[in-house]
Design a binder for this molecule. Structure first.
Ligand SMILES: Nc1nc(=O)c2c([nH]1)NC[C@@H]1CN(c3ccc(C(=O)N[C@@H](CCC(=O)O)C(=O)O)cc3)CN21
Ligand SMILES: CC(C)C(=O)C(=O)O
Ligand SMILES: [Mg+2]
Length: 279
């Protein structure tokens, strides 16, 4: 595995050559070590951390300070993979100025290399302002979880002509505004394939089918760590929740049954020393 840092040009190169870009979410230092050493191209500190790490009902309550705390932890664990920070709800929607300031915090305080934000053509001026400040942007269209109340639930987007055409127009506007990358979340595979073909941006699917330039999933979903049913687009590779629960219950049994700690888990003392102690 090459130890060279992954750059955005490397990912454009992959797109050009038809080699797939890999991305996973990562929220903490040990996970960053695993992802980096296993060779993933990019790590997204997603605002999904609000749901999977902090126990919120949605991504809406997540703050900039919470995000930065996690981005810094992931930064310390990455040597190679590209670090992308997800802009949380209301950190970029108010004005392009507010967006540049918060995107800049991710770069300056968090050590991020790219920021991601949700929204279509209406976000083009914001993407343009962030890009103009020298900060690479990943867009995100389709199912945009920060708008879950407006969307009426976590539902597939772009199924009818009007919805699909809007996503095509959104992608065009975001590309024109300078986005280098775009996430397609829960949109029909043929639509994601067609936009990918027409687009110079690096397209990353999560429920966008096999023909995107790359794929992203939530780490806790693929590892079976979320403790919930995983969304349809995720593939669960491990059942860590089950394994962790089993290990915790075994530990409790062994402490209760006094088979833990064993001799080797403690620190001996010279009996001559013990003999001299007065109690
Ligand atoms: N753990 C986790 N994984 C995610 O992928 C994820 C989050 N959290 N939080 C933020 C958003 C929310 N996401 C979600 C949440 C639910 C569905 C879901 O329930 N989808 C339905 C299909 C919907 C339809 O058919 O219209 C499903 O059956 O999985 C999808 C994406 C994706 N993101
Ligand atoms: C699932 C990805 C695309 C995301 O936005 C997140 O993890 O917050
Ligand atoms: Mg997100």
């Amino acid at each position: 595995m090459s130890q060279k840092k992954v750059t955005i040009s490397d990912l454009y190169q992959k797109k050009a050559e038809g080699r797939k870009v890999t991305m996973l979410t990562g929220y903490d230092y040990p996970t960053a070590l695993v992802l980096d050493q296993a060779g993933v191209d990019s790590v997204l500190v997603g605002d999904s951390l609000g749901m999977v790490c902090l126990g919120y009902e949605s991504t809406v309550p997540v703050t900039m300070d919470e995000m930065i705390h996690h981005v810094k932890a992931v930064r310390r664990g990455l040597k190679r993979a590209l670090l992308i920070a997800d802009m949380p709800f209301l950190s970029y929607q108010i004005s392009p100025e507010q967006a540049v300031l918060n995107a800049g915090r991710f770069m300056k305080e968090g050590g991020a290399e790219m920021v991601k934000l949700e929204g279509g053509a209406e976000m083009a001026p914001t993407v343009e302002a962030i890009t103009r400040a020298g900060i690479p942007v990943c867009a995100h269209i389709g199912l945009t979880p920060q708008s879950v109340s407006k969307l009426g639930g976590y539902k597939v987007q772009g199924k009818d002509v009007a919805g699909a055409q809007k996503l095509i127009d959104d992608a065009k506007a975001l590309q024109g505004a300078g986005a280098d990358m775009i996430v397609f979340e829960c949109i029909p595979s043929p639509l994601a394939a067609a936009i990918t073909k027409a687009s110079s941006m690096i397209t990353i699917g999560i429920g966008g089918g096999a023909d995107c330039d790359g794929q992203v999933l939530v780490y806790h979903d693929i590892m079976g760590l979320s403790g919930r049913r995983v969304p349809k687009m995720a593939k669960q590779y491990l059942d860590l929740f089950g394994q962790l629960s089993q290990a915790v219950s075994q530990y409790c049994q062994e402490v209760a049954g006094q088979s833990f700690p064993a001799e080797e888990h403690g620190f001996p003392m010279d009996p001559a020393v013990v003999a001299q102690l007065k109690f």
